[in-house]
Write a protein that binds this ligand. Sequence first.
Ligand code: PEP
Ligand code: MN
Length: 248
Amino acid sequence: MFNQDDKSIYPIIAGPCAVESYDQLYTIAKSVKESGATFLRGGAYKPRTKPNSFQGHGEIALQWLHKVSQELKIPTVSELMDPRDIDLFMKYVDVIQIGSRNMQNYSLLKEVGKYKKPVILKRGASATYDEFLWAAEYIRNEGNENIVLCERGIRTFSNATNRVRNTLDISAVPMMKQLTDYPIIVDPSHACGRADFVPALTHAAVAVGADGVMIEVHNNPEEALSDGYQSLTLDQFHNLCRTLHLHR
Ligand code: PEP
Ligand code: MN
């Protein structure tokens, strides 16, 4: 998925938590690409903690993603939750994301393992390093070796006092580099759950050697249908990209 030989292109995956409309996605995609994003993210099927929260627009959102991707020439990342949707993802998406909640959904892992499409496997919020790697093995054992690991914060006690959603396990980066050859990227947005911490954690991820980052960006975070409080504005993302090269 990532061309690890070409260090001049640092993989930055950016975009909204959820694809809300064609126009929303186009606006965000155009801006993040100009700022330096190399992949566009956007969820069509959202794994929401509360059943009444916005669940994603489904197939039509994948079609919007595909259209925007073709128009702006930027590859896409989107989360697959149900093996029954795999054909849609083969058709419309460049990189399949397996979300943290499904890291140990073994039938889903086996399914994506049967295809050659790159897979971003997000670490479960309570998964150990071994469990994370065994989940990757489920995919690889079916024949798909195109796997990128993603540290996205783990569950600790810290949200009790400071409204942090998760805790970024920055050690996961050097640890995965010692244990595997898979690229390891960091998602600072879900790791902390607050937009004001995202730039600092992104810098930390790059400094510690992450092979890429995934960042939630929205053109109007206050009105976002999901994860607005942790989404950077277009300007904030632009400013972050301008300073990222300092660590490399
Ligand atoms: C997401 O990327 O929007 C998402 C739901 O991530 P995670 O699975 O890490 O919670
Ligand atoms: Mn999200």
